[in-house]
Design a binder for this molecule. Structure first.
Ligand SMILES: N[C@@H](CCC(=O)N[C@@H](CS)C(=O)NCC(=O)O)C(=O)O
Length: 222
């Protein structure tokens, strides 16, 4: 019998859900996955299932956790090792994970997540390009500190979970980034948990498709 549940939204679109889901998978929590389709307007089903009307939302052995960064920290308590062991490196990874959670609105607004489309060349607003320059610097510094291929070193960890939706956005929108940043994109995309999320997104019903994500404002030719 599962020890709780993780409520998430459509895998094709829900970037915050991907973060929470990766954290829960990395920690190996035994929870039921409750998948609710995102809608054109805020979803009544998500509002009924969560305290904030937002996904991801985790219940695990009486703990109730919302906000993807808090879910990541809860998972780290359950499965030590998901942050680097070294105090200084751990502080660095937490800082860049928090930076992701709090920011990069330029990329998030101009390049929404859509795992099934190719919007190469679109979304290049000034705000998105400024965010992308910072993201490249964040990735470069982390991988130099920890040796790569992931941000915290050899293993895919919570910091990678926080940046995974950016990786999917780069695959969909193809911004001009350096080869070393593409190396990181490819390493994350090839991880078995990402393979699984992409496959499950592709299997979602067509009826779940939403115009705002299929025809976003900054798509090429829009
Ligand atoms: N700050 C929150 C953001 C969560 C969020 O905005 N989730 C979106 C989906 S990606 C949502 O639940 N939207 C409500 C809806 O579409 O009904 C987190 O880190 O978890």
């Amino acid at each position: 019998m599962p020890e709780g549940r993780l409520v998430i939204g459509s895998k094709r679109y829900s970037s915050w859900s991907l973060r929470g889901w990766l954290a829960v998978q990395l920690a190996g929590l035994d929870v039921e996955e409750v998948l609710i389709a995102l809608e054109a307007a805020p979803s009544a089903a998500i509002q009924a299932a969560t305290p904030t009307g937002l996904v991801p939302y985790l219940e695990h052995r009486e703990a109730k956790v919302w906000e993807s960064i808090a879910i990541a920290e809860y998972c780290a308590e359950q499965a030590p090792g998901l942050w680097p062991e070294d105090r200084v490196l751990r502080a660095h990874m937490r800082a860049i994970a928090a930076e992701m959670h709090a920011g990069f609105r330029g990329v998030r607004q101009a390049m929404p997540m859509n795992l099934g489309r190719d919007f190469a060349g679109g979304g290049r607003t000034a705000e998105a390009l400024a965010d992308i320059a910072r993201i490249e610097a964040v990735w470069r510094e982390a991988r130099a500190l920890c040796g790569g291929p992931f941000l915290g070193g050899a293993a895919f960890g919570l910091v990678d979970a926080m940046y995974a939706p950016v990786v999917t956005r780069f695959i969909t929108w193809r911004p001009e980034i350096r080869a070393e940043a593409w190396d990181y994109v490819e390493a994350v995309r090839a991880h078995p948990l990402m393979e699984r999320w992409y496959a499950e997104a592709a299997a979602e019903p067509e009826a779940w498709r939403l115009d705002k994500y299929e025809n976003p404002a900054h798509a090429p030719g829009a």
